[in-house]
Ligand binder design. Structure first.
Ligand SMILES: [Zn+2]
Ligand SMILES: [Zn+2]
Length: 178
């Protein structure tokens, strides 16, 4: 043990450290170290690993977007008829849409793809909600009818929010667990 020279972080020349990335052996300080299941790694190694992890092809984005959009649109037509049951059935619809989108994109992975699929579902749910709002304004003088339209809009809104969050949760959790 003759080596007494102090070592410094590769990114922060003023930070003393003895910690090394367990993949590329680069010196890293506590600020640069990322704790992974396999030990401490530098940011570059973590980033490169994530890139390998992303397998989505360019056509997965339109495919996932359209599939989630169409299914979500169909669901949004039913949502107002369900009323309160939207809260129980929308999460199930979310799982079905998530699984269908994963099937169509062959379970390929990438975070932007998950966001694209979720956006597709959200946009697919919009026409029904927008249609209800327009007819609500149109029928405003007929109070009773307009109230029922307002309710439909609320159910469609609840449907859109529940479905988007359950799809994103399902799709990102399922794939990162594998
Ligand atoms: Zn590294
Ligand atoms: Zn550092």
């Amino acid at each position: 043990m003759t080596e007494t020279s102090t070592s410094y972080c590769a990114n922060h020349p003023d930070k003393e450290t003895s910690l090394r990335c367990n993949r590329c052996e680069k010196l890293i300080c506590s600020k640069c170290a990322v704790h992974t299941p396999t030990g401490y790694r530098c940011m570059d190694c973590v980033r490169n690993q994530q890139k390998v992890f992303e397998t989505a092809r360019w056509y997965d984005y339109p495919l996932g977007f359209i599939a989630a959009g169409i299914l979500s649109f169909l669901g949004s037509l039913i949502a107002p008829k369900l009323g309160f049951f939207v809260f129980f059935l929308a999460p199930i619809a979310g799982v079905i849409i998530a699984e269908a989108s994963r099937f169509i994109t062959r379970r390929r992975r990438s975070k932007p793809l998950y966001i694209t699929i979720t956006a597709g579902a959200l946009i697919g749910a919009l026409p029904a909600a927008a249609g209800n709002i327009i007819s609500f304004l149109f029928y405003l003088p007929q109070i009773e009818f307009s109230i029922s339209l307002l309710l439909s809009t609320l159910w469609d809104g609840a449907y859109a929010i529940i479905i988007a969050s359950s799809i994103y949760y399902r799709i990102s959790r399922m794939t990162f667990n594998r």
